[in-house]
Write a protein that binds this ligand. Sequence first.
Ligand code: SAM
Ligand code: SF4
Length: 323
Amino acid sequence: MIDPFGRTVSYLRVSVTDRCDFRCVYCMAEDMSFLPKADLLTLEELERLCAAFIRLGVNKLRLTGGEPLVRRGVMGLIGRLGARLGQGLEELTLTTNGSQLAAHVAGLKAAGVKRINVSLDTLDERKFTAITRWGRLPQVLEGLEAAQAAGVRVKINMVALKGVNDDEFSAMLAWCGARGFDLCLIETMPMGEVAHREETHLPLDGVRRALARDWGLSASAHATGGPARYWDVAETGTRIGFITPLSSHFCDDCNRVRLTCTGTLYMCLGQADAADLRAPLRGSADDAALEQAVRAAIARKPKGHAFDISRPAVARHMSVTGG
Ligand code: SAM
Ligand code: SF4
C-alpha cells in the first residue's frame, strides 16, 4: 500500500483495548471514561482485520493500548497472529507497561514475539507511583527480569518529563545498559487534555548533548522504520533513541497506521481524520469491501502532524491510539 506521498505503509499498530491498570499523568486524565465494552471489536474481528492488512502488504504488527495485556483473551489473539509469522507477517511485537509481563512473557515468546517495548519513566518507586498514579514499580521490574530471563529483547520507553525524571536519564541509561536493554526517550505529545503537560514538556536535543558529555554516543545505522533516531552507546554496547515529534518532525518516513479496538483506523497519530473499518468488517463475510475500505483510507493518509504543546492536537488521549 502506497500513500499519496509515496510512502509504503507496512506497519500496523493495533490498540486492543483503551483500558489500562495505570493512569499515567501525561497519557490519561485521572477520571478517564472508557468505551463501553459493547463497542469493542471481538478478538476474532481484530484478527480478521489484521489478516486483511497483512494480505495488503503489512509485514509488522504491534499490539498496544491502553494496556494490551489487560484485555481478556489477548494471549489467544497473540498466538493466532504469531501463527502468521513467515506468511506475510515478519514481525509481531508489543508495547506494554510491564505490569502483567511476568505472567505472560513465556506465552509471548512461544507466539514468536522476539522483542517488546516496556514503558518505564523512572527507577524511583515514589516517582513511579506519582507518574503512573496506580502502578507498582516492583511488579514492572519483575516483568522485566522475566523478559530478560526468557531471552525476549527489551527496549525501555521513557517519556522525558521536565522537573520529574530529568535527573535520571544517565542513571536509566546505565541501568538499561547493564541489562542489555535499549532505551528510547520520548517527548510528550499533546494528545487529549491532561494537566501540567506544557510545564513538563522537555525538548530532547539538549538532553542528548548533555548525555554525550558522559557517554560515548555515536550516530547509529540502526533504524526500525520508526520515528526514533538512534545512537550507539560505546560503554554498554546498547543503543539510545530519541523520539522528538515536537522539536523535529519525523513524518517524511512514516510507514504506519493505527487501528483502535473499535475498528477505527487513524492514518496519522496527530490528526483527527479516521476511517471506520467496523462497518465494512461487519457488513459482509467477504473481505473485498473491507480491503477496499483500507485502501481508501490509505489514500487519505495526511503528510504529517503539526503538534503544538500548548494545546491538544487531537481530543483523543494516547491510550485510544496506542502511541
Ligand atoms: N500501556 C502501554 C505502555 O504504557 O507501554 C501501551 C500504550 S502507551 C499509550 C504507549 C506509549 O505511549 C508509552 O510508552 C507511553 O509512555 C507513551 N505515551 C502515552 N501518552 C503519551 C504522550 N502524551 N506523549 C508521549 N508519549 C506518550
Ligand atoms: Fe496506561 Fe500506557 Fe497510558 Fe500509562 S502510558 S496510562 S500504562 S496506556
